[in-house]
Design a protein around this ligand. Structure first.
Ligand code: F6P
Length: 360
């Protein structure tokens, strides 16, 4: 038996652990052959030679960030954008993908990705490609799983950055506004903000009231604390206002790119309170580099379970973490259904009990 694996969407620490988990368990348990589709589904769109994945190819990759088979977040074969005579046009290249998949000789495809990739995978199933799914994202916003690999690493990176920013903020008596990733979910901001002792955390799930933020910062000043650390999720938005979008959504289905709200909040603080303020945008640093031990383990467990789903013929299902157990759920449960922070949940309540202002 031959199986294929593809990694789609933004890269994420722990992807290589999934690939290694798939390859080693497929070989050790069942003697199957594994191939990697290059750059998301682009390898199938263009008919590129797949990457043979044996024990040698996955040696030493557990500790490496990124994905050894490549990825893309703009390769939707059902709405593939190409340039023709200087104009950008969108084509449905799914028939080509089906044909090229059959050419590889693989009998099943493991799709590793976030919301967008999972949706594309479901369409591939309708075309006749038997797929199983592995949720991936640093944002931790995929529904129907308690967590995704990559998230733990990202929170660790942001927490370390907050520790570092505290000392420089304190020395200069400044406010430091730190913009973090997470798209429409505030998990990275909330957990790193609590772990990194932020004074203010602004989340997409709680549109912020500027007066509440000002009160918090003024209150600190009165207590003689002349510096503050403000964590802002890239999807945060004011109570009356809209999200800050860096690049609008594209016709090929590419999602809008968020970014810039950190600078907006910094300016509001500087103008409103006269506090010298700096903005730090952590950006893709949050996604790069060595995965944490938690993400290596979760990625490995997901990879091993994906192989089991194929062995049992449970196509259309996604591996998932529920409590401490790896289980599987219909992939439909995860599509178009984000896992967001509950504004009235325990984690926000904990932050507020610690004196952190969550923008209300
Ligand atoms: O979904 C992961 C993520 O890193 C988001 O947190 C962020 O908004 C987005 O991807 C950035 O995408 P890109 O790599 O295209 O800049």
């Amino acid at each position: 038996m031959k199986i294929a694996i593809s990694t789609g969407g933004g890269d994420c620490p722990g992807l290589n652990a999934v690939i290694r988990g798939v390859v080693r368990s497929a070989i050790f348990r069942y003697g199957w052959e594994v191939i990697g589709i290059r750059d998301g589904l682009d390898g199938l769109v263009h008919g590129w030679e797949p990457i043979p994945l044996g024990l040698g190819q996955v040696k030493g990759i557990l500790s490496r960030g990124g994905t050894i088979i490549g990825t893309t977040n703009k390769g939707n074969p059902f709405r593939y954008e190409v340039e023709e005579n200087g104009t950008r046009v969108v084509h449905d290249l799914s028939a080509r993908v089906l044909n090229n998949f059959r050419e590889t000789g693989a009998e099943a495809l493991i799709m590793v990705g976030g919301d967008g990739t999972l949706g594309i995978g479901r369409q591939l199933m309708d075309l006749g490609i038997p797929c199983v799914f592995v949720p991936k994202t640093i944002d931790c916003d995929v529904a129907a799983t308690d967590s995704t690999f990559g998230y733990h690493t990202a929170v660790g990176i942001v927490t370390e950055a907050l520790d570092r920013l505290h000392t420089t903020a304190e020395s200069h008596r400044r406010a430091m506004v730190v913009e973090v990733m997470g798209r429409y979910a505030g998990w990275i901001a909330l957990e790193s903000g609590i772990a990194g002792s932020a004074d203010v955390i602004l989340l997409p799930e709680i549109p912020y009231d500027l007066d509440a933020v000002f009160n918090k910062l003024e209150g600190r000043k009165k207590l003689g604390r002349n510096f503050s650390v403000v964590v802002v999720a890239e999807g945060a938005l004011p109570k009356e206002g809209s999200r800050t979008v860096a690049v609008a959504a594209e016709t090929d289905g590419r999602a809008e790119r968020l970014g810039g709200v950190g600078q907006v909040v910094a300016q509001q603080i500087e103008e409103g309170l006269g506090i010298e303020t700096r903005t730090v945008v952590l950006g893709h640093v949050q996604r790069g580099g060595t995965p944490s031990h938690t993400d290596r383990i979760l990625g490995s467990r997901f990879g091993v379970e994906a192989v089991e789903l194929i062995r049992r013929g449970e196509f259309g299902r996604m591996v998932s973490l529920k409590g401490q157990q790896i289980v599987s759920v219909p992939v439909a449960e995860a599509i178009d259904n984000l896992r967001l922070v509950d504004p009235d949940g325990q984690l926000v309540a904990t932050a507020e009990a610690l004196g952190i202002c969550c923008g209300r």
